[in-house]
Design a protein around this ligand. Sequence first.
Ligand code: MCA
Ligand code: AMP
Length: 505
Amino acid sequence: MPNPLFDTLLASHRVNESNFLTDLDGNTRSYAIFFETVLRTANALGNCGLKRGDRLAIQVEKSFQSLEIYMACVASGIIFLPLNTAYTINEVSYFLEDATPKVFICDPAQKTEFIAKTTNSKLLIYSLAANGTGSFSNLVVEQPANFKPVDLDAHDVAALLYTSGTTGRSKGAMLTHRNLLSNAEILVEQWRITADDTLLHALPIFHTHGLFVAVNTTLLAGSSMIFLPNFKIDTVINNLPKTTIMMGVPTFYTRLLDDPRFNKNLVKNVRLFISGSAPLLPETHKIFETRTGHYILERYGMTETNMNTSNPFEGERRAGTVGFPLPDIKVRIMKDGQEAEVQKGEVGMIEVNGPNVFKGYWKMPEKTAEELRDNGFLITGDLGYIDEDNYLHIVGRKKDLIISGGYNIYPKEVELVLDDLPGVLESAVIGVPHPDFGEAVIAVLVASPNSNIDISNVHAKLELNLAKYKQPKKLFLIKSLPRNTMGKVQKNSLRDTHKNLFMTV
Ligand code: MCA
Ligand code: AMP
């Protein structure tokens, strides 16, 4: 196949008149129109000088056009680099410098600021608003609707997704066409997605979950999506009756359970609720079942791998577990720091291998070698065990990572910003239990000798440098950080001190 991902996900939709997308206002996009606009968009990208292997970065709100740009990149062999809309201009500047895209598409309100900020005079900056208008759309409408998808190798990179790292420096995970296609095929089959399904899509589309898991499976199955701008409880409640599948992070499910309108009758057309990106508490699983009669299907993935495991469609969806390895994907549990597997039931490092595992980190061969073994197994940084019935349980993380509302925050990245502030000697950033976000970010600061820390200055600096979801929800000043005899900061002790900060006990 010349362009396997495009050919498999989209080619058959050229003459498919059925509906692909419906937005909040009821506007629709049929598959045939989507297909045609993808071709026009691919021509627009070519006009910008983009060729196979070039990067296109995008930081925009959800719109039909944003998905057309994604698919046009697939058709052209251009590497798609979506960025979280919460990222500050400073954060985005790092990605633009690291990935050196030729084109950057941003919100019209920020275009002037980006033009002023960029040091790359060759970078073409276009705009695209949530309503689909902008300088990029103007370019697309002028284009012809004939385009021959570019011939590609399955190992070509389709997307670059940045994930923060334990060093505080973000790494671009290179996902190939094969990674994306193999996962979409597996998930459609595993979750029995068909053209009769309607997915409630309230996730962001700059991450694996909302982009690849949700969109690629929909395209492959030829099903449709109610494409909401974000998760707002009223719009989700209003749209659930028209839905057959919902995908979400645990916060979606706890927010629904907090609403008295959420009941069996509201979800009578839904056949499948899927959860991932963060641990779903067994209590949530249980309460959800009692309220709706549905057992949420929990699955486990990573930016570097797409989806690795899933609870079964048929058979027991076991609360507190992430199910079984998906077909063609191997999961093994390794002894800490060793190349030997643990005994069944014993906790160790989760490693995964399969067609889903990424190609490596963009321009970071050493980092890639640290995490991706020569034999193809990725060291996930997650700790877990396999029970007697072969269900995988995730019990913790070796990596110092906080997952808040499904977003990952690496404490080091926040600590580097805090440590840089005048008057701050050192800091420690930790995650503590939070009723809405699962975990919330908080920070403790130690002042330099004879200095005072100006908290308003801290907030101003954070606003400028870190997306809101990474910013500590609370800051504490303490005299010194708790350390062990080796001088290592005892984050467990800090977590213990603050464990009830947001929880009612
Ligand atoms: C927003 N805020 C947050 C978060 N989101 N704070 C902490 N954690 C968050 N996740 C802040 C905002 O800046 C704001 O702060 C306040 O909370 C409310 O913001 P709002 O825009 O109203 O957002 P929200 O409705 O509260 O958003 C919560 C959310 C959203 C709906 C849970 O974060 C979300 O859609 N999360 C999904 C993330 C996701 O798709 N993850 C998949 C990654 P203030 O009030 O101070 O102004 S992919 C992945 O993990 C792997 C591959 C996998 O397995 O899927
Ligand atoms: P990301 O870097 O955003 O791709 O996040 C991947 C991480 O999210 C994984 O390494 C896990 O730590 C976590 N994760 C994803 N799905 C689950 C799940 N169902 N249960 C627990 N943790 C999860």
